[in-house]
Ligand binder design. Structure first.
Ligand code: ANZ
Ligand code: ZN
Length: 829
């Protein structure tokens, strides 16, 4: 045929590859192992273009590495628990989340296979299957035993009318989605992972991630938010207790003119109990609890506060300072209380001015003579560097000096301690949902909180439950699930009804791929060591913080459990850009979605893959274009016709390639071939510039056509050599068509298992000739230049010659005469 008939050919090779199992890595091999991984998808129903993009990128890398002699692990699976499955069940009533999910997986697997992706499907992992979530539960139990999984009260969205917990998605404009009642924050017992214990290591080990984009490390660093400061204990007037605050600025303590408690602070009740302010304060607390954290902390939003009637004593000055409540102080950070220094903190100053609280300047610029006054601040806090004033014996010290001087003084006097604080919170993992990994915990009246013994795992999700809207887990109404025996005393007990956040499932799946069928352990150390860490991880930038941080945390915990020696899961990470259409992200709501299944049906996998890889470098956004897709199709057919137009000559050619006998045209084609090999090899292997690798293959194709146009007698041994290598270069991008042509040309084996071509340095050189340079008729220089150089470049080269410059500076060039391949004469005056 004169064109690439993808429909027949693509299916044929997909079936053959699968039957022959060519993407299964060897268990024992002399080759070096390489692990390439794309983030596994949530099985939402169909692949979208973002999937096509990320899986195409991963596939090129995997196939390239195989051809370069590596033993490659390239697995795929499903992040299969989660909300949409349950919502579908609630909405349509008759669909079970499991059936919905399994159907979607079947559909998406079929679409992936139609893309010709080189996965080892024997290692497929599905997080919602018992053989996987059993081990997620096993990790939970290990973490519980180490004190890394714990329960504590935490605030959740609560509808006082429906008396139920609401997921964030069910809260609309701070109202319950169903009854429009104002949503409150309610404290409920929830499960947490103690990721804060690993904060320091998560920061320090960034050092091991040399190849990660700096941008991602900065995002994670900010998320962890390490601050060095002090915990200072302020005595409370008339009470035994102290009021403890966390501050990064102990140097400003002389300027602390009031204290602020978060309204949720446990001391609040004690401070106001029995006073005439009690009712007013309770009402205030209630009002603040309705506000979202964002609303409370944003610099623009209104600060709300109230005096408690109580006073603290500044430990340095003995001054009495009022204790306030305010919305802008959060219970979840530091100690939930602050010393307010309005002269040097903008939020404190805004609040002080609003509530008429005292302001005292204690820092001013070093070069100032007169003391800086409150009036001069004019509503703007002074947050710059400087020296201390109004600070007793510490006056005159710089901010930095004062920090250490005051810290050691206060530590000595028992007023406080140096402390490091993190913005990172412990990871709240409980979800009041059905379709997730059950938390393997049992509650017994006698024995308390008991983990399910390892040999009793998995705690299976029951199939028959009632799906009703609302925040409580449907498992609560499932008596067979809830009622159980205590593993310790055998008495009556109840199971935990919450399930785990799906981020837990995706925090270790990359390890399960190394040993996916193990039923004794999540994986063995021996299997993990073969592959882990992942050499190249690829995924969306939206996962740069949470998923990657959780995966790093799990890897460290798993390493502390002794299951692996590896402490960082991903050696290299590539964030692929978005797929846009008409300048906007493809999305259902914008109605600009191009469905991969339509594109695959119309153009085939090779064209789709080629377009999506050619249109943009992997990490940049990509604009979908129908014209572009057609361009890719045309290109593949151009390659196809090189073969189909010359099939007889190519097949019947038996002459050996003899470089010594090359004509000029032949030499040039040979040079183009080796140039392309060099460029494609480096573009994929070194820079991951897949788009420019494709350009290089296109240029080589053009060079073939150019050669065929120029010559009367075709050198078939050269043409055959060139087309063979062109196909090898193209194979990672367009695996089906190249496989077909490889076989049609009579070669043995699969193209994807051939050795990657190597380039000859010698072949890259262009023919050179010597040009004589005259100035005003006298020979002044001789230059070596490429034989085929054009006049413009020749002129440039000649004028750069030092000798030519010596004779032409300060002179005017009147004429520049070229006698091709021989001589240049410059006339100056
Ligand atoms: C006194 C002070 C003076 C402060 C000054 C700042 C500037 P980072 O760097 O983010 O760790 N703070 C502490 N706990 C808080 C809470 N729960 N809610 C709101 N604010 C809180 O911030 C630490 C600073 O944030 C602390 O240092 C404290 O204010 C405030 F010129 O104490 B500072
Ligand atoms: Zn018990």
């Amino acid at each position: 045929k004169g064109y690439y008939d993808f429909k027949e050919i693509e299916r044929k090779w997909q079936n053959t590859w699968e039957k022959e199992g060519i993407f299964t890595p060897a268990d024992e091999t002399d080759k070096e192992n390489y692990y390439v991984l794309e983030m596994f998808p949530y099985p939402s129903g169909n692949l979208h273009m973002g999937h096509v993009r990320v899986y195409s990128i991963g596939d090129v890398i995997a196939r390239f590495k195989v051809m370069n002699g590596y033993n490659v692990l390239h697995p795929m699976g499903w992040d299969a628990f989660g909300l949409p499955a349950e919502n579908a069940a609630i909405k349509h009533g008759n669909i079970h989340p499991q059936d919905w999910t399994w159907d979607n997986i079947d559909n998406m697997r079929k679409q992936m296979k139609a893309m010709g992706l080189s996965y080892d499907w024997d290692r497929e992992v599905t997080t919602a299957k018992e053989d996987y979530y059993k081990w997620t539960q096993w990790f939970f139990v290990q973490m519980f035993k180490k004190g890394l999984a714990y329960k504590k009260k935490s605030s959740v969205n609560w509808c006082p009318d429906c008396e139920t917990v609401l997921a964030n998605e069910q809260v609309i404009n701070n109202q319950c989605e169903r009854c429009d009642t104002e949503v409150e924050q309610k404290e409920l017992e929830q499960w947490f992972f103690k990721i804060t214990d690993y904060a320091e290591r998560l920061l320090e080990d960034h050092e091991l991630l040399e190849n990660w984009p700096e941008k991602v490390k900065v995002m994670q660093r900010n998320w962890i938010g390490r601050s060095e400061g002090m915990k200072i204990n302020f005595p409370i007037k008339g009470l035994e207790e102290t009021l403890d605050v966390f501050t990064t600025r102990p140097d400003t303590i002389y300027g602390a003119s009031y204290m602020v408690l978060a309204p949720e602070h446990p001391l609040v009740d004690q401070l106001v109990a029995g006073t005439d302010r009690e009712d007013e304060v309770k009402e205030f607390v209630h009002k603040v609890k309705k506000q979202k954290e964002m609303e409370r902390t944003s610099p623009e939003s209104a600060k709300m506060g109230m005096f408690t009637g109580a006073y603290a004593l500044n430990p340095m000055t003995g001054e009495e300072i009022p204790i306030m409540l305010a919305n802008y102080v959060l219970m979840g950070y530091g100690t939930g209380a602050i010393m307010a220094v309005p002269a040097h903190d903008q939020r404190d100053l805004d609040f002080a001015l609003k509530y008429d609280l005292p302001v005292k300047v204690v820092i001013q610029p070093v070069d100032r003579k007169e003391k800086l006054t409150v009036e001069e601040l004019a509503g703007e806090a002074y947050t710059g560097d400087g020296c201390l004033i109004n600070s007793g014996k510490f006056n005159g010290l710089t901010v930095e000096e004062a920090f250490s001087a005051m810290a050691s003084y206060m530590e000595k006097e028992g007023m406080g301690k140096i402390e490091v604080n993190y913005r990172l919170r412990d990871w709240l993992i409980s979800r009041q949902r059905y379709w997730g990994t059950p938390i393997p915990i049992v509650y017994c009246d006698k024995c308390g909180v008991v983990p399910v013994p390892e040999e009793e795992l998995p705690v299976k999700l029951p199939r028959d439950v009632e799906f009703s809207p609302g925040g409580e887990s449907p498992l609560n109404k499932c008596d067979e699930f809830v009622n159980t025996e205590c593993p310790e005393c055998g008495g009556k007990a109840r199971r935990e009804i919450d399930t785990m956040d799906t981020f837990v499932d995706s925090s270790w799946y990359f390890l399960r791929y190394t040993d996916p069928h193990n039923d004794k352990l999540p994986f063995t150390k021996g299997q993990a060591e073969k592959w882990f860490p992942v050499d190249q991880y690829i995924g969306g930038v939206e996962h740069a913080i949470l998923h990657l941080l959780y995966a790093r945390f799990f890897t460290k915990v798993i390493s502390d459990l002794g299951l692996t020696d590896v402490v960082e899961p991903f050696t290299n990470w590539l964030a692929q850009g978005m797929v846009l259409k008409d300048g906007a992200k493809m999305s259902k709501s914008k109605g600009n979605v191009v469905a991969p299944k339509d594109i695959l049906g119309k153009y085939g996998a090779d064209t789709a893959r080629l377009f999506i890889l050619f249109a943009s470098p992997p990490e940049k956004d990509l604009e979908w274009s129908d014209k572009g897709v057609e361009g890719s199709e045309r290109f593949l057919n151009r390659v196809w016709r090189l073969f189909s137009d010359h099939i007889e000559g190519l097949k019947n050619n038996s002459a050996k390639l003899d470089k010594e006998l090359f004509t000029g045209n032949e030499k040039e084609l040979y040079r183009e071939l080796h140039l392309a090999i060099k460029r494609v090899t480096e573009d994929i292997g070194v820079r991951l510039n897949l788009n420019t690798a494709i350009s290089a293959i296109m240029e080589l194709t053009n060079a073939c056509y150019h050669y065929l146009n120029e010559v009367e007698v075709i050198n078939y041994s050269l043409l055959s050599e060139t087309i063979d290598k062109l196909l090898l270069l193209l194979a990672p991008f367009a695996p089906h068509m190249t496989e077909e042509l490889w076989h049609e040309l009579g070669h043995d084996g699969f193209i994807s298992q051939q050795a990657w071509p190597e380039y000859e340095e010698e072949a890259l050189k262009k023919d050179e000739i010597t040009i004589v340079v005259q100035i005003n008729g006298k020979v002044r220089d001789k230059l070596k230049v490429e034989a085929e150089i054009d006049e413009e470049s020749l002129k440039e080269t000649v004028l750069k010659s030092q000798k030519v410059q010596d004779y032409t500076t300060d002179k005017e060039i009147v004429k520049f005469i070229v006698i091709p391949k021989k001589l240049v004469n410059i006339v100056v005056k």
